[in-house]
Write a protein that binds this ligand. Structure first.
Ligand SMILES: CC(C)(COP(=O)(O)OP(=O)(O)OC[C@H]1O[C@@H](n2cnc3c(N)ncnc32)[C@H](O)[C@@H]1OP(=O)(O)O)[C@@H](O)C(=O)NCCC(=O)NCCS
Length: 188
């Protein structure tokens, strides 16, 4: 452990990245997402069903970042993209308009990536997404992120993700998203 200005935080080398049984630890993962991304209790309940449904998709995989005796401080999950899934049906017309809809095929989709605020900007998000996509057999990866110049978008750009469509509106989401795609393996 290394002391930091804000108190004792584990050294980056003491943060383990490894397979996560997301179905068993969905409540911990959603607590991480709620702290990182901001989710109401009602949204957590909705996400819980969605995550468990996603995990039934063929090839769905999750990784966790843990400290100490296994406290979860970050997670990522994704799956081979399926045009029939809700996310693809929403983004497809936007991608078709920009001539990028072929990205929906042979892509590994990143569904969620979150790191607790006090553990951010220490390389955990980068380790999670690169390790997950390194295990993909697809030649490329696709995801959506809120369409603003956020830390998430900065990370994705550094890893080689490019904008495939902007101002994408998901029903019930309060702000527009960007759809981004990158060749695999991700740029280091
Ligand atoms: C996006 C997120 C997962 C990144 O995780 P992280 O562990 O902080 O990321 P890393 O430390 O690996 O950072 C990698 C790059 O991201 C960018 N980044 C991370 N934090 C940043 C910050 N506070 N400000 C600006 N850029 C930042 C930088 O480009 C950084 O590269 P650098 O280390 O060369 O400067 C994390 O910020 C997070 O959980 N955010 C809230 C939830 C969210 O937006 N999730 C994504 C949904 S699409």
């Amino acid at each position: 452990m290394t002391a930091s200005a804000g108190g004792a935080l584990p050294d980056a080398r003491d943060i383990a990245i490894g397979p996560l049984d997301l179905a068993a630890r969905v409540d911990e993962a959603l607590a991480v997402q709620a702290a990182a991304f901001g989710l109401s209790a009602e949204e957590v309940g909705v996400r819980r069903h969605i995550v468990l449904r996603h995990l039934a998709s063929p090839g769905a995989r999750a990784l966790g970042a843990t400290v100490g005796r296994g406290r979860l401080v970050g997670f990522v999950y994704g799956m081979p993209n399926d045009r029939a899934q809700w996310w693809s049906t929403v983004v497809e017309p936007y991608l078709r308009r920009t001539g990028n809809d072929a990205w929906l095929d042979d892509s590994f989709a990143i569904t969620e990536l979150h790191v607790l605020p006090e553990f951010q900007h220490r390389g955990i998000g980068r380790r999670l997404i690169t390790t997950l996509t390194d295990g993909a057999t697809e030649p490329r990866s696709i995801l959506s992120a809120i369409d603003t110049e956020s830390p998430a978008r900065a990370l994705y750009h550094k890893l080689g993700y490019q904008d495939l469509a902007r101002r994408v509106l998901f029903p019930s989401a309060p702000c527009p998203y960007a759809v981004m795609g990158a060749p695999l393996p991700l740029r280091r």
